[in-house]
Design a protein around this ligand. Sequence first.
Ligand code: F6P
Ligand code: MG
Length: 487
Amino acid sequence: MSLKLSHLPSRQKIKPVYPRSPSAIDPNNPPWPAYRGYHEYSFAYATMGQRLPTILGKGIEDVVLTLNQEYDEERIVDLVKCIERMDALKQELQGQAKLRPIIDDGEADVALWNKLIAKYFQGKTFMNAPWLFAEAYKYRRLQESFSVSKHWKNYDVFFRQKCDTFSRSSEAVFELSMRFAEPFTLRPNLSPEEQLEAERLMFLELTQICLWGNSTDLSLLINMTEDQIKSLQSTGGDHLAATEKNILGNHMKRLWETVVNLRASTGGRIDFVLDNAGFELYCDCVYADFLIQSGLAKEVRFHGKRYPWFVSDVTKKDWDWLLNSMVYGHLFPKASQEEIDSLRRLGMRWKQYEKEGKWVYEQHPFWCTGYTFWELHNEAPDLFLHLSRSDLVFFKGDLNHRKLTYDCAAPPSTDFEIAIGPMASAAGAPRICSLRTIKSDVVVGFGPDGDELAEKLDKEEPGWKISGKYAVVLLSEGRPGEKVMFT
Ligand code: F6P
Ligand code: MG
């Protein structure tokens, strides 16, 4: 029997309420709506549809270069199969294929990946899964193309390009090395207050150098001219004063108070969850060097990726390459002897920090998964515990920011501490600072008038969210010192 409902009110459109309640949040349903590849209004659309196939195509070109220089038949045949797997991945990406489980290639993250796919993404495609997950999955599949081979397990299709970002940045590289080669000293005739002020100013400038070092990541800037790179990497005082107004959520003053308090208490441990290799890593190291020398930190821990990730992210090979080429390399044929010496000295000091255990490089498998950092507490409890022992954790760059904020359409006025969920609210959550130039859709921490500001920029400056011209420096106090609990 069918009922006639002609006297009842018509069906209404029920708008979902955001943020979702904590129990309704999962990787396919972030607190605010997810960005997905088919959302034409989002950078997800261009990335999944065009940028990723292009990046894969360039990767294949790189492997072909290697192939053409190989002479051993077994290695050649093995590498050809890697290219075939990359080709197949490219076709899946462009053909709306369903996301399949990762093949067990012995990597420590296979179980994490496959659990995530089975629980939340069965039947999902590159275009309708949340953008963050689909994009991360593509890099995991790229890794799989090599990790199942016999001879090419550790091949990095982006390595050549990553090295280039450093050697193409000579002006900014020497600008910094010529200033920091000698251990820094404060003028002795300054009063204690003046000394502190001098350090504060230096800290603020270096924070900006570390921040803007993120604007030159390879995945976006592959076609840039030398002049464009130079202008983005400008490290002069006037330039930095001018760019500070582009920091749309700016907690730098609080950040200084935090590190000064650290020095007064323990002179603690600072962690960097790294982003890009080459020039950005160099800037991170200059900053970390200052933190050690000034006594603001006693120990710095750097967290990198286990395999090539989002084109330019730092792997252990990139880390070693940077320090070794600073000391032994011949990357800058036009540089003066003074400049080469300054870079060498800096590199030697950094290697010495490593030997003394003042700098430690780590690579937890969790950093190369499709999980956001909302899930870090549950999915990587050992890592959460480890980070909880840090006095301050810097998260560098756009992708780390997307992962902190669940990469969803939170209003720009949302407080950073709300946007990062358990990374701020769980017992023992460390103090966190996100140093990010804005290169994708999610923006938070803009303050009470942030929604209006974002709307104005949407109207006046289309593309402002992907240009790398704007940035945030956002701090979360966390709940340091409290006992970490797992359910
Ligand atoms: O592909 C888009 C993206 O994931 C964006 O997050 C950003 O544009 C880029 O790749 C990576 O940027 P970053 O190196 O700063 O994390
Ligand atoms: Mg990156």
